[in-house]
Design a protein around this ligand. Structure first.
Ligand code: C2E
Ligand code: MG
Ligand code: MG
Ligand code: MG
Length: 286
């Protein structure tokens, strides 16, 4: 009987696995269609310069809007897109779209754009040239583009990933900047901060002190990250800032920029344009 039960469990597991594979295959198919049907859009979240609270830039965050359905957040489809390779055309679309939209803001207000790049994209031999082409087509200067990568892009099981490094080095020689996203959540050695082609670190939001209570451990960690980054002449950006106390702390510790719901959620293009314009007006009038 025990053997029987074991087999049934196995069958059940097998069925669930098949179900899951089918669901994934359906999602991949729908994502492929989404590209041709123009169902993706980009929202923009302001990046605030803490010294004067000016909107120095925006991060491009992809959204999927299937016809007649609720908007799908990236956590629900980026993983599948990476596994299937679809992130390559999807990521290229985001980059071109973001460069096109922000070129105008950059020329009027000096806005910079931060775009997320997945490890899969950096394994493509054509990645570097695609980025240069997106810049040229849009007229956005390379100095106005920041590519956000995660630690895993640069170092994989302790080994430096040469293809990624060579793309990023080439792009940096043109003036493009590189930020390490979700900094502190990976497991790589800190030596890569010194050796690899990067310009900024984005402190992961899990390091922000809990709101409403003293959180000395969080403060110690945030301070250590900011000191480490600035000691290496890297820019610092805090992610997931939600309260005035967190802003106060980041200022005290010398963090340069911050991003989070406290300032603004990611918003559609038109709203971002308005926020940037208002920020510019405050700056020139104040
Ligand atoms: P990320 O690059 O670390 O982006 C920050 C995420 O944190 C965004 O979620 C943003 O909405 C959210 N966030 C910002 N401020 C706050 C805050 O104060 N509190 C909280 N709780 N959350 C905040 P979103 O837009 O859902 O994106 C999730 C992740 O999906 C991104 O994390 C990024 O890894 C990925 N992603 C988004 N767009 C793209 C893309 O175009 N390409 C690739 N490869 N990945 C993308
Ligand atoms: Mg990011
Ligand atoms: Mg992040
Ligand atoms: Mg994050």
């Amino acid at each position: 009987a025990a053997k029987e039960a074991g087999r049934n469990q196995f069958v059940l597991y097998d069925d669930q696995l098949r179900e899951k594979r089918l669901a994934t295959a359906r999602t991949v198919e729908r994502l492929r269609e989404a590209l041709t049907r123009d169902e993706f859009l980009v929202h923009y979240q302001p990046l605030i310069r803490l010294a004067d609270e000016h909107i120095a830039g925006v991060e491009a965050l992809i959204r999927w809007q299937p016809a007649g359905e609720k908007m799908v957040p990236p956590d629900r489809f980026i993983g599948v897109s990476e596994d299937s390779g679809l992130i390559v055309p999807i990521g290229a679309w985001v980059l071109r779209e973001a460069c096109r939209v922000v070129a105008g803001w950059h020329h009027r207000h000096g806005t910079v754009i931060s775009v997320n790049v997945s490890p899969r994209q950096l394994r493509e031999p054509g990645f570097g040239l695609m980025v240069l082409d997106a810049l040229q087509t849009s007229g956005l200067p390379p100095q106005a583009l920041i590519l956000e990568i995660t630690e895993g892009v640069l170092v994989d099981s302790g080994l430096v990933t040469e293809q990624a490094i060579s793309h990023l080095s080439m792009l940096r020689s043109h003036g493009v900047r590189v930020a390490v996203d979700d900094f502190g959540t990976g497991y790589s050695s800190l030596a890569y901060l010194r050796d690899l082609p990067i310009d900024h670190v984005k402190i992961d939001r899990s390091f922000m002190p809990a709101p409403g209570q003293p959180d000395p451990a969080a403060r110690t960690l945030v301070k250590a990250i900011i000191d480490l980054a600035s000691g290496l002449r890297l820019g610092t950006i805090a992610e997931g800032v939600e309260t005035a106390e967190q802003v106060q702390l980041l200022r005290e510790l010398g963090c340069e920029r911050a991003q989070g719901f406290y300032f603004s959620r990611p918003v559609p293009e038109a709203d971002a344009a308005r926020l940037i314009g208002e920020s510019r007006d405050r700056l020139t009038s104040g």
